[in-house]
Ligand binder design. Sequence first.
Ligand SMILES: NC(=O)c1ccc[n+]([C@@H]2O[C@H](COP(=O)([O-])OP(=O)(O)OC[C@H]3O[C@@H](n4cnc5c(N)ncnc54)[C@H](OP(=O)(O)O)[C@@H]3O)[C@@H](O)[C@H]2O)c1
Length: 262
Amino acid sequence: MDTGLKNRVAIVAASSQGIGRAAAEAFAAEGCRVAMCARNPEALQTAAKKIQKQYSAEVLAEALDVTDPSAVHRFVEAVVSNFGGVDICVTNAGGPPAKGFLAASLEDWRKAVDLNFLSTVYFAREVIPHMQRKHWGRIITITSITTKQPVADLVLSNAVRAAVVGLVKSLANEFGKDGILVNNVGPGYTATDRLKELAKSRSAVLGKNENEIFESWAMDSPLKRLGEPREVADTIVWLASERASYITGQTVLVDGGLYKGL
Ligand SMILES: NC(=O)c1ccc[n+]([C@@H]2O[C@H](COP(=O)([O-])OP(=O)(O)OC[C@H]3O[C@@H](n4cnc5c(N)ncnc54)[C@H](OP(=O)(O)O)[C@@H]3O)[C@@H](O)[C@H]2O)c1
């Protein structure tokens, strides 16, 4: 399948590890020029160098916090000045802490809104004018299965990620005329450090060991296993590709069938 992505410029936010990193790698494998960011500069540079070497790809990597709008502005400007524009922007960040409603403080809510909603707004504000100029663009948000089906003790994710879906649908409606497609990808249980973190907190709540928690998550999906970051990344690349040119405003779950609804 020809994705038509060769030489496209792809920003992947929060991409030193996990799903973001797998997406950066998958875009590089398609011949894209890739811009990566994360807070920890060492982990980011290590990931960027590996991808650069493995795919002979042009990679720009800058340490930043996606909750800082001026840092996001400077990053997008650097991408445009180095690569001549932005075609694809994958918004991503870490997940909010696992908490029930009464355990979550107001500060937790504010942080979750900053991290998992406003960071998407910051990137979208920066990249859309560049995409409009080219009359071509793809914005893909990484959220969670919680956009369709709430997960126990993840009230911050369950509530805040729904706002991203509202944003995605609104941007898809407003900017379709400019050739910009906007979609959301919701991973189910995917084998990354974030999942280890969640297993630790579930284990403390339920008094089970972490392997039992992983096993129960795997068994909850019809495929009876956890997802791999690469499986989410391939869906992101497909949504960015010419092969998905009539898809916008959608949420695509990559969850092994975990979502129980129709
Ligand atoms: N894994 C799953 O099962 C799963 C399921 C549903 C949804 N999700 C969601 O998908 C997203 C990615 O998850 P993941 O599993 O790939 O997580 P991960 O393995 O923990 O990786 C998170 C990445 O985001 C970066 N990051 C975190 N906070 C950041 C910030 N404020 N600014 C810039 N970069 C930041 C991290 O690097 P630094 O720490 O160096 O910044 C790292 O590169 C999260 O929102 C997660 O909640 C994951």
